[in-house]
Design a protein around this ligand. Structure first.
Ligand code: HEM
Length: 493
């Protein structure tokens, strides 16, 4: 640990696991495979009061009371920085850092590219252009959902076993890329393979490179990782598309007829200075894939396993989708009306949830209102998993209740508060506050479109009926089983 555990202020905060100078490393190893149980242990023991967990380079202080989670939300970026999340918590692999240069574990300057955190203009493109265009672009999204399902999960009258995680990642990557780069690139096998492997390359390569002195890191990225090769691979796909669009802009002006309305165009329009280079635009698209694909795939796979393990949910979900689609057809407005679909996905994210949310790095000493002082250079986060499973926050919190939020939405004035995209101090999968995931409206649209299409067209079950494949804790994330199969069959009418 760079911070000695005997620093007075940290010393006062109780620890889960060993807290000796050397023994705390054992706790850091344990966290890698048991973050959920460790955070739950701290929550049960010290409920309401902060506690700390050892990570390899720093301590992580965990808060859980409403009050302290709100203080975490309100703290300024100059005090508590989101960038810390990029470095250590796998769930936040995609929280591309901001103003500080603390992304040491990913050596982000050289893996993701320095600009991704010094100039995160993609975040405002997500908040503005992407969110504004969700309804307009829904026909394309739906078209790609249908094609991706047809080509990934056979629609036949016999039960067919399919690896859920692989299928989900193919479908999510393809549909997301229809919005990112358009067709036909969104379904190009090499483009999909690149984007599905890029996250792993960044995380594993970044961890290796970050062990070296900073001056060696640029060369080490070339020698020890294939990240630069992956960027070149991305450029082979994107450069001809960018050049073609640029040629149209040069000839016919910024808003030429039939200009593609997708992330690539929005980034090209928003980029300034050297951000406009082919390499930087390519990196930015890869960074967005890095942000979007793993998280959305995990979320959809969790929901799919829950549906296959509890197939009694299929009928009411299907009935809801069928009535809406028969009356109004496929549109974003139709998806917005699907309260059961929305609730099932929200409950799936509540139930199958990462250990910690809203991870921040203290850039200066930070004092919570209960007097707890968190020294500069410490991680702070909210106890997401225990908060989600606390009876005080949710009735029958330990039970998966797919329509829990439909019922909550029925009360006066409660409708918006319990939608999939809504965040609050007891619902944290997208974070909460200023930095809450800017891609969550897009993710929700995608997840709802996928689930609605699934229940309308397929029956699903598990070979070992009712037994949900076991999740795994990996470094803070609750990862769904990546090899388990789900059985699919064309639905019977
Ligand atoms: C189910 C899917 C997703 C989940 C669970 C998720 C979760 C999160 C979380 C927890 C954060 C950090 C919030 C905080 O610390 O306060 C975050 C940030 C972020 N997410 Fe997502 N996300 C998802 C999908 C997406 C998608 C599809 C995109 C892009 C289209 C995206 C782009 C981002 C970006 C760029 C940030 C950083 C925001 C900032 O720097 O202020 N995410 N996300």
């Amino acid at each position: 640990m760079t911070q000695k555990p005997d620093l007075p202020s940290l010393d006062k905060i109780p620890t889960i696991g060993p807290d000796g100078m050397l023994t705390s490393y054992l706790g850091a190893f344990r966290y890698f495979t048991s973050s959920g149980p460790m955070v739950q242990e701290g929550y049960d023991k010290f409920k309401g009061a902060p506690f700390k967990l050892p990570r390899f380079k720093r301590w992580l202080v965990v808060v859980s009371s409403h009050k302290l989670v709100e203080e975490l939300r309100k703290a300024g970026d100059d005090e508590l920085s989101l960038t810390a999340a990029v470095a250590e918590v796998r769930k936040h692999w995609h929280s591309i850092g901001r103003e500080s240069n603390e992304n040491q574990d990913l050596a982000a300057d050289y893996t993701l590219g320095r600009n991704s955190h010094t100039n995160p203009y993609h975040v405002s493109v997500l908040r503005n252009q992407l969110n504004r265009n969700l309804a307009v672009l829904f026909p394309q999204t739906h078209d790609e959902i249908v094609r991706a399902f047809d080509e990934t999960i056979p629609l036949t009258g016999d039960w067919t076993k399919v690896c859920a995680y692989d299928a989900a990642s193919q479908i999510v990557c393809r549909v997301a890329n229809r919005m990112f780069v358009g067709a036909p690139l969104c379904k190009d096998p090499d483009w999909l393979a690149l984007n599905l492997s890029f996250s792993k390359d960044v995380v594993l390569g970044g961890r290796t490179v970050s062990l070296l002195p900073r001056f060696l890191q640029p060369i080490a990225v070339s020698l020890l990782t294939n990240i630069n090769a992956q960027v070149r691979r991305g450029m082979r796909h994107l450069v001809p598309v960018i050049q073609d669009r640029q040629q149209h802009i040069d000839e016919y002006g910024q808003d030429w007829d039939n200009k593609p309305n997708d992330m690539l165009s929005w980034l090209m329009d928003a980029a300034r200075g050297d951000e406009k280079s082919m390499q930087n635009i390519t990196r930015r698209i890869l960074v967005l894939n890095f942000a979007a694909i793993f998280t959305t795939t995990m979320s959809f796979t969790h929901a799919l396993f829950s549906l296959a393990a509890m197939p009694h949910y299929i009928k009411p979900l299907r009935e809801e989708v069928e009535v809406i689609i028969n009356n109004e057809g496929w549109s974003k407005a139709s998806l917005d009306k699907m309260q059961k679909v929305d609730s099932f996905l929200r409950e799936s994210q509540r139930y199958n949830t990462s250990a910690i949310s809203m991870v921040r790095l203290t850039l200066k000493d930070f004092t919570f209102s209960d007097g707890t002082v968190i020294p500069k250079g410490t991680f702070v986060g909210a106890a997401q998993c225990p908060i989600h499973h606390d009876e005080e926050n949710y009735v029958n919190a330990g039970v998966f209740d797919g329509f829990r939020f439909v019922n909550k939405r029925m009360s006066e004035g409660e409708n918006a508060k319990h939608q999939l995209v809504a965040t609050d101090p007891v619902y944290l999968p997208f974070g909460h506050g200023r930095h809450a995931c800017p891609g969550r409206h897009f993710a929700a649209n995608l997840l709802k479109g996928l689930l609605a299409h699934l229940v309308l067209n397929y029956d699903v079950k598990l070979e070992n009926e009712g037994v949900r494949p076991t999740n795994m804790w990996i470094d803070g994330s609750l990862v769904p089983n990546q090899t388990a199969e789900v059985m699919f069959k064309e639905r019977r009418f």
